[in-house]
Design a protein around this ligand. Sequence first.
Ligand code: HEC
Length: 146
Amino acid sequence: MRIATKVLASALVLFAGVAIAEVEATDPVVIAQKDLMKSFGGAMKTLGGMASGEVAFDATAAEAAKATLVTGSADIHVKFEKAGNDPASEAKPEIWTNWDDFVKKADALNAAATAVDATSVDGIKAGMGAVGGACKDCHTTYRVAS
Ligand code: HEC
């Protein structure tokens, strides 16, 4: 009984640690940056689900997800123009010292997303790799590993 209590107590400490590590952003600049990225995450989930067959193909939803990526990637340089000041930000300071390269990576996402043929599952499958690669390419350089 005593051991069980101890295990429970240490589990609670672990969970508390996780809660502290995931600080919510409060700076509106950083919130806007994260919201843009979250919209990309949602779009990729939609397209990925259709590509894997987990979700039934839906032309309207696929087109909307593509539009989120195309329009949103053209907005990266606007949302990231200024660095925020927030401990929750995972944006590396190198973004603002290598600004042209950062924008080039945003443009690469725009090109990859524009090239996706969202009218069929095969089209999504063919285009997803390049889109995912563009996300990863920027994150590797400009996002704090979490
Ligand atoms: C040009 C650079 C760039 C590209 C391209 C990019 N990201 Fe990001 N992403 C970032 C940066 C920088 C952050 C960290 C933002 C922060 O924590 O404030 C980030 C954070 C995120 C987050 C975490 C958001 C949060 O709530 O903390 C997700 C999810 C994400 N990106 C998804 C994507 C997906 C999916 C793609 C591709 C479709 C993508 N990103 C493309 C730079 C990029």
